[in-house]
Design a binder for this molecule. Structure first.
Ligand SMILES: Nc1ncnc2c1ncn2[C@@H]1O[C@H](COP(=O)(O)OP(=O)(O)OP(=O)(O)O)[C@@H](O)[C@H]1O
Ligand code: SF4
Ligand SMILES: [Mg+2]
Length: 334
């Protein structure tokens, strides 16, 4: 539980975050003034086509960007402290695991090959829950059971190379859940799981959120999952935020042409974002992104202003800033 914060109050606020990557081919302008508020107790979905900056956004919050990254501006306030100003030591001691934990997109590289699965989960338990050896072992077994790993006793003793991709992903999830953090960032947490396990995992998350006031930033391509578990959703396009809204508003009444394209092109939302076919063109390379609104080369509503002036996020009247959209002409599009 985050003391002093009520449900629905801002827990993490990302303001005007700009990140570049220096590469031999040039500067990749990966994030262009990202604004995103995650509120206590919600599951906040972060969606967008591949390469739009979802993972970079989440890695920045924990200070885990690659060495060639350059933070060009902005703030990430977590309970009013700016994470971007925190030293590595403080982030490691007070934020990672303690306050914010993350399930990575690629769990295989996140597990240590020289320790068994059980030992790795136990490390989180001992650090963040209970130092007593006997009790810690039982908590680990319970955590392995909670993520539906068959035969937790057996899995406890197995090394990562002895487990399947899906099992490794579940061990990672158990490790993260064992941290008892306030904010869980889950970056495509179910990619290596088969469909039935995905559904179970999503149920586990939902129960945890409801029981513990856990706050979750859930990054996914899967619109069905978004509609099923998220309370609010942010849509990214080519390193910019295009829209944030409550999940029902986003699906029922999307304002941004890109969001509208995503949602209206998917019958029954049972599709992954990559399978959309009705938005012509592809995501631009971010070394030389389109000027103004980065979506303008693909937007059927684009006018002269769109390639010249970058739109900013503005509130939809009557929604108390809970529904924001970044488009010069969203009212006309409607
Ligand atoms: N170390 C790096 N060097 C150069 N460019 C990078 C680096 N890391 C990320 N990028 C670029 O930043 C942009 C955003 O990448 P990111 O991984 O955040 O995308 P994503 O939205 O998570 O995509 P996906 O859905 O495929 O996971 C991409 O253009 C990517 O190529
Ligand atoms: S600002 Fe212009 S190009 Fe961008 S989404 Fe709106 S209408 Fe389309
Ligand atoms: Mg990613």
């Amino acid at each position: 539980m985050v003391e002093g914060l009520k449900l629905g109050e801002p827990l993490m606020v990302i303001e005007d975050l700009k990140i570049d990557f220096l590469t031999e081919e040039g500067t990749v302008k990966a994030l262009d003034s990202i604004n995103l508020t995650v509120r206590k107790g919600e599951i906040h979905g972060l969606i967008g086509e591949t390469g739009c900056g979802k993972s970079v956004t989440s890695l920045t919050t924990l200070g885990l960007l690659d060495d060639n990254a350059r933070i060009q501006g902005g703030h990430i306030y977590y309970r009013e402290k700016d994470l971007l100003k925190m030293k590595e030591k403080k982030l490691r001691r007070h934020i990672r695991g303690n306050e914010i934990s993350m399930i990575f997109q690629n769990p295989v590289s996140s597990l240590n090959p020289v320790y068994t699965a059980g030992e790795q989960v136990r490390e989180s338990v001992v650090l963040y829950q209970d130092k007593n050896k006997k009790r810690a072992r039982q908590i680990v077994l319970d955590e392995l059971d909670r993520v539906k790993l068959p035969d937790p006793e057996d899995v406890y003793e197995k090394y990562p190379h002895e487990l399947s991709g899906g099992m490794k992903q579940r061990v990672m999830i158990a490790m993260m859940l064992a941290c008892n953090s306030n904010l869980l960032i889950a970056d495509e947490p179910t990619t290596a799981l088969d469909v039935s396990i995905q559904a179970q995992f999503i149920k586990v998350l939902k129960v945890l959120q409801e029981k513990n006031d856990l706050t979750i930033l859930y990054i996914t391509h899967d619109m069905a999952v978004v509609s099923e578990i998220c309370d609010r959703v942010t849509v990214m396009y080519a390193g910019q935020i295009v829209e944030t809204a409550d999940v029902h508003d986003l699906f029922k009444d999307p304002k941004h042409p890109y969001t509208r394209g995503l949602i209206h092109s998917v019958p029954g939302v049972k599709t992954a974002i990559e399978d959309f076919e009705t938005i012509p063109g592809t995501v631009p390379r971010l070394i030389n992104p389109p000027s103004g609104c980065r979506f303008h080369p693909r937007c059927e509503y684009a006018k002269k202003k769109c390639s010249k002036v970058k739109p900013t996020l503005e509130g939809v009247p009557g929604k108390n800033d809970k529904h924001v959209v970044s488009c010069h002409f969203w009212e006309e599009v409607e």
